[in-house]
Design a binder for this molecule. Structure first.
Ligand SMILES: *Cc1c(COP(=O)(O)O)cnc(C)c1O
Length: 433
């Protein structure tokens, strides 16, 4: 080490918000010291200088934390642009490693399937993203992997549902779309007790979907999750241009996830990886700070509106788990970070709330400038939708009602517009409620 290197401050000593902008520009994945912006690499296959190098590449593949550039062989195995994004995503989640996938669902299925074998069981919260619910109820049972759905707002329900074959506890927090919270540290305590005396390969692992909160607002690994998954399509990508997913956690999971991705094939394209690396992740903190501000203003507006029956936003003191929200949802700088999503129900002057919600959203679809009727969330544009009939159509009726997801419920994902304009567009739509 020369004196110059000795004086250079370690990247680890900078604050996370700064590190997401500059990334690991001295990355072992690729030397781009002379670029200000990381280059985009696009090559499906790699020239090998010798058969020996090719053979070494296959042997080395999927070993974590190589200090030098990996021996790249073929895009589906490993690739530098994706690798640079993965390094930065690991930093964002406070993880040793991250592995990206073609979509959030590709990441979720990889996290689950790489941990589970036939005959094993999952305990999951009763309300989940619609496609995750389908994966657990439609596909995995075909391979004799079964799921017990419980109310994880009561963490002790893990112990009530777990059997000797349980290997995974799976949930989202905040829950999509009801915005109820699950106490990650409390679930950890219950799982630790269940794991006592179990051999390593029979332990229960906790997987948390952090898509709603984003790694800016919540750090599941720090709170006790074994693995965290995110849809990169949502707030991490942020601009709504590319799909992606990620799994992050300790290095001990890296090999399995990389091998799974190689053989099931759900790789993130380098092109999408570059967009998220250059635009999405570096702006995550700034976007979230401002989108969250808008969410707080809009939640306050809805709360005092006579035509609103209920607003659920972790930033409101009336949220039933506000104390947990304050403890669990913290930004990189330690501030309360309740996120950019809220859920509300209407109190119409006549007719059913469901019919009123449809009129309300149709009015917005036709007339609002700042609010778009569309699924997805976490973008710079404010999006509105009806989870009951749209994103959560797959969840059984009685389950939806029991979990507080009503036919008239509306999900709002706040963007970067001036919140006064969003409030004005909402106010206009209340004329049809
Ligand atoms: C969107 C979403 C997913 C799935 O992500 P895709 O990128 O659409 O595959 C999973 N979980 C949650 C909470 C989501 O909102």
């Amino acid at each position: 080490m020369n004196s110059n290197e000795k004086q250079k401050k370690s990247q680890d000593s900078y604050r996370l918000r700064t590190r997401l902008i500059h990334g690991s520009f001295a990355t072992g994945k690729w030397d781009y010291d002379h670029h200000v912006v990381p280059p985009e690499s696009r090559s499906t296959t790699y020239r090998l200088s010798s058969v020996h190098r090719g053979a070494a590449g296959f042997v080395e593949f999927a070993t974590p934390a190589a200090q030098r550039a990996p021996i790249y062989i073929y895009d589906r195995l490993d690739e530098p642009t994706r690798g640079m994004l993965e390094e930065n995503l690991a930093v964002a989640e406070g993880a040793e490693m991250a592995v990206t996938f073609a979509s959030g669902m590709a990441a979720i299925s990889a996290a689950l399937c790489s941990l589970l074998s036939a005959g094993e069981c999952v305990v999951a919260h009763r309300v989940l993203y619609g496609c995750t619910h389908e994966l657990l109820t439609h596909w995995l049972p075909r391979w004799n992997i079964t799921t017990h759905f419980v109310d994880l707002t009561r963490p002790e329900s893990v112990a009530e549902a777990a059997t000797e074959n349980t290997r995974v506890v799976y949930f989202e927090t905040p829950v999509n779309p009801t915005m109820e919270l699950i106490d990650i540290a409390a679930v950890r305590q219950v799982v630790d007790q269940l794991n006592e005396g179990r051999p390593e390969n029979a332990r229960i692992r906790i997987i948390v979907d952090n898509t709603f909160a984003t790694p800016f607002c919540q750090h599941p690994l720090e709170l006790g999750a074994d693995l965290v998954v995110n849809s990169l399509t949502k707030a991490i990508g942020g601009f709504g241009t590319d799909m992606g997913g990620m799994v992050a956690g300790p290095n001990s999971y890296y090999n399995k996830l990389m091998l799974y991705r190689k053989d099931f094939g759900g790789v993130l394209s380098p092109r999408a990886a570059w967009t998220i690396l250059v635009y999405g992740l570096p702006t995550l903190a700034t976007r979230m700070v401002n989108q969250q501000k808008a969410a707080q203003h809009v939640a306050n507006f809805l709360l005092q509106h006579p035509k609103v029956a209920r607003v659920v936003y972790p930033g409101l003191p009336c949220h039933p788990q506000h104390e947990l929200a304050r403890r669990q949802m913290r930004s990189y700088d330690g501030k309360f970070a309740p996120g950019s999503l809220l859920y509300f129900e209407l109190r119409p002057t006549s007719g059913s709330p469901a019919a009123a919600a449809e009129r309300f959203e149709d009015y917005i679809a036709e007339n609002a400038y700042t609010i778009t009727l569309a699924v997805s969330l976490g973008q710079i544009k404010t999006l509105i939708e009806s989870p009951y009939s749209m994103t959560h159509a797959a969840v059984p009726e009685e389950e939806k009602i029991r979990s507080g997801l009503h036919p008239g419920g509306i999900r709002l994902s706040l963007g970067l517009e001036d919140w006064h304009d969003i409030v004005a567009d909402l106010e206009a739509a209340f004329s049809v409620v």
